[in-house]
Ligand binder design. Structure first.
Ligand code: SF4
Length: 300
């Protein structure tokens, strides 16, 4: 183990590489990363660093984001097959068909979509900024919020806007149900409940806070509870504990595990640094159109 860590450290220095990890990565990956955060923060951070190589420990759409925003850097995904079933629930063709159906609508692409889907949409969003993004859009336009149906339904509730919903969902957040929350509340009645907006409606209804993983960290830092039930991917509790060691974090469901996020491990990080596999490359036209969609989000 020490040898692997030493070799990763040496190669990082030699190759001028930086390791970025999403909050759902396995604890040992979060612990060796130079920076770990939610998708939005990872994207912003990737633009601020002076590095030749970015090793993106996450899933493909995150590595694509880093490549789109940093076309001059080499972006590596340690496991080529790390994808996202939610992102795969919609294709560029689906968006084009929806455009025909709703020609006057504004199309919003979740960060959890492929670059090709982002390229077909008007503006990108994350679970951290969706309400903010929508508050800046013209009030008289319909919105198509892609692709997660639970998140879109929550947004409709919060904004009272006319929102067209696609049928995608995240299997990890779907695995968290009301029974899980009620059971944990029973075990720890003084805990606050934080849930991700990709959770089902009945789960959201039982929560004290709804937001992305960055929002959860801020909520836990700024509220007075000593313990929190965490309704998202299990290893978010590791991130929360690292950020706020004085408080307790309990997964709402121990089995809410993203298998794609767990495909990354230290050996694969070492392999990617040794071989420069697997490099993210996109068609330039798709990359540039997706970039405009992402930059529109930043400009708001
Ligand atoms: S947790 Fe869900 S949305 Fe996130 S990468 Fe895994 S499958 Fe995709």
């Amino acid at each position: 183990m020490q040898d692997i860590l030493a070799e990763i450290g040496r190669l990082k220095k030699d190759r001028r590489a930086v390791i970025l990890a999403h909050n759902y990565q396995p604890p040992e990956v979060q612990d060796i990363a130079d920076f770990s955060a939610d998708s939005l923060e990872l994207a912003k951070y990737s633009m601020s660093i002076d590095a030749k190589i970015i090793v993106l420990c996450g899933v493909r759409f995150m590595a694509e984001m880093a490549h789109i925003l940093n076309p001059d850097k080499i972006v590596l995904l340690p496991d080529e097959s790390a994808g996202c079933p939610l992102a795969d629930s919609i294709t560029p063709e689906d968006v084009r068909k929806l455009r025909e159906e709703f020609p006057d609508a504004i199309f919003l692409a979740y960060v959890n979509t492929s670059a090709a889907v982002k390229a077909e949409c008007d503006i990108c969003y994350t679970s951290a900024n969706i309400l903010d993004v929508i508050s800046k859009l013209p009030k008289d336009r319909k919105l198509v919020v892609l692709p997660d149906k639970h998140l879109a339904r929550w947004v409709r509730e919060e904004t009272k806007r006319e929102i067209i919903i696609w049928g995608g969902e995240c299997p990890v957040h779907k695995a968290i149900d009301e029974e899980n929350i009620l059971k944990m509340k029973n075990l720890s009645p003084l805990s606050a409940v934080m849930v991700h907006p990709e959770c089902r409606e009945k789960v959201v209804a039982l929560s004290d806070f709804v937001g992305g993983t960055g929002g959860m960290i801020r909520f836990a830092k700024t509220t007075g509870y000593s313990s929190y039930i965490v309704g998202t991917e299990r290893d978010m509790c590791h991130k929360l504990k690292r950020e706020i060691p004085t408080k307790n974090f309990l997964p709402a469901n121990e089995e809410a595990v993203c298998q794609d996020m767990k495909k990354t491990n230290l050996l694969k990080i070492l392999h990617t640094l040794q071989t420069l596999e697997y490099q993210i490359l996109l068609d330039v036209d798709i990359r540039e159109r997706a970039r405009r969609t992402i930059e529109k989000m930043f400009s708001l």
